[in-house]
Every structure is written in C-alpha cells, then in structure tokens.
Ligand binder design. Sequence first.
Ligand code: TXA
Ligand code: MG
Length: 310
Amino acid sequence: MSSPVPITTDIAEAAAALAAGLLVAIPTETVYGLAAVATDPDAVRRIFAAKGRPVDHPLIVHLADGADLHDWSPDVPKCALVLAEAFWPGPLTVVITRNDRIGPEVTGGLDTVAVRVPGHPVALELLDALGAPLAAPSANRFGKVSPTSARDVAEAFGPEVALVLDGGPCSVGVESTIVDCTTDLPMILRHGAVTVDHLEEALSAPVLAEHDGQRRAPGMLSSHYAPECALELIADPAQARLRVSELARQGRRVGLLDPDVDVVGWAHHLYRWLRESSARVDVLVVVPPPPVGLGLAVNDRLAKAAAPRS
Ligand code: TXA
Ligand code: MG
C-alpha cells in the first residue's frame, strides 16, 4: 500500500501546487475531484495516469464564474446560459462546443467540453486564487467508489497526488447532473441533484434523458463506483431480508442496506456506505430508494456498482 497523501486546509498551498503542474484533490459539493490546471496538457495527462483512466474518457472543467463560459466556447447555447444562471454555483455540468483554449487531452478528443461552477466555498476560493480553470474527474481510482471526504482520497492514492485540500464531507454526495446542451433538445447524460423537474422548470421546456450513456458521454461504463463486495439490489424489503438470511446460511458475510432516510440522505451517505461495506461483508443486499428525483441518481450509481465487472 502506498503512503497516504498529505491533507491540508491551506488554499494558497493548493493553488501553488496546481500552478506548478502538480495534482491536487479538491473538495466540491458533489464528490472530491482530482484536479490539474485545465490549460496545462502535461498536468492533465497526469490525472489519467494517476487514476488509471482511459484517455478517451473526457474530464469536466471547473470554473470560478459562469460568466467565463464564453472564454471556452465559440458559441454558448441559450440552454447552457439559462441553466448556468439557474444552478451555478451548484451540482450541474453543461456540455457545450469547445474552442481551442481547451485541449483535446481534456475532452478525450471530442469537440465539446463539459463545464461546471462547483458550489463549494473552498473550491471557489481556490479557483479564484489560481485564476485558471481546473480539469477534475472524481478523485477515485478508475471504476472504484467516488470519494466524499479528504481521507477517502488520501487513502486511495500515493505520491502521484501532491495534496488533498480538505473542505469537509461533501454535502450532496453524488456526482453532478450532466446536461448536453449541443443537441436540439437538452439531454441529461447523467442524473444528479439537479433533477429533471428542476431542469424543466428552469428551461420552461422538456428535457430528454439518455438511455445509452455510452454514446454521448464516453466513460459511462456499465460497471462503475464498484465497492470490493458484491451488491444485490432487491426492491422489496421483505424479499431482501429473506435473501440476507439465505446468504448467511451459506456462510457468506452479508450486510443489509435499507436505511430509514430520504433520497437526500441516500445520496449524501451512499459512497460512505459502499466503502464501509467493502471491508466488512462479501455481499451487500440493498433496498434502493424510489427512482424519482435525486433517487434516479442514487439508483443509477447503485446499478453500476452492482453490475458485473470485467
Ligand atoms: O460532480 C462531478 O461532476 C465531479 C466533481 C469532481 O466535479 N466530477 C466527475 O467527473 O464526476 P468524472 O470524470 O468522474 O465524470 C465526468 C463524466 C465523464 O465520465 C463523461 O462521461 C462526462 O463527464 N463528460 C465529460 N466531458 C464530456 C463531453 N464533452 N461530452 C459528454 N460527456 C462528457
Ligand atoms: Mg467518476
């Protein structure tokens, strides 16, 4: 096991490390991100190496201010402007056409770029201090559970990550909603805390939800967010309990996840629950929350965590 990464709360120290081309894990309201200056191609390549992430899986670019959107795109669609105004800073990412100030190493060679303004005061202060955009995927190793605390990140990486900037536990707990604004009708590529209803209300228009995430959002694999234990999703609580007994009789170390919380609580705790179960059980039986609103995002992450792994 490699040595844990230093954790700091010093924003100036984090900004200096980033400016020097190093990788720094940063807090956001969704999950921790593994950041590099988005306009530094060598630093961006180091993100892919550190995560073990295929280079054609595009990264999200984080900005300090939504007004800067025009600096990175030749033609910002109205839909993106409306959503930026309604939800930034916050857990929403928009996909727009990129200009050549954002290199292909950030976007996996695509001519579009995913952008968001994170709703975390420490991230915003860091972006301000740095004066440059940050490319940042979730700060987990490829395919593993996303991190929602500084310690989660420090334990997963070694010296390839210079620092973890500690901003406390992430309030939302699951990744941002991604909306493709380059299509005729805006299309949700990934569900998150900004829900279909929120989007349609802001736009006063319908949005589509993509079923084949692979096509427009490269990197959305069917297996993702995977804990070390196996996951079984069973909607009916009584059936789930029967299955727990059955597995226990077979001598498996088994856990039941059927918490008495609303979908906000589910999202907030989900990755910590998966992480903790990894160490304790062989199989985690899960009764998922209703698949509406933020529950769609939780169900999406659970389905991917439960999917067969290659
Ligand atoms: O909440 C979040 O969005 C977190 C925090 C750190 O900001 N970041 C995050 O990044 O979840 P990541 O790399 O784990 O997921 C980003 C996803 C990619 O898997 C890809 O599917 C999609 O965003 N994406 C990025 N650029 C895209 C583009 N140009 N077109 C379509 N999808 C894109
Ligand atoms: Mg991720």
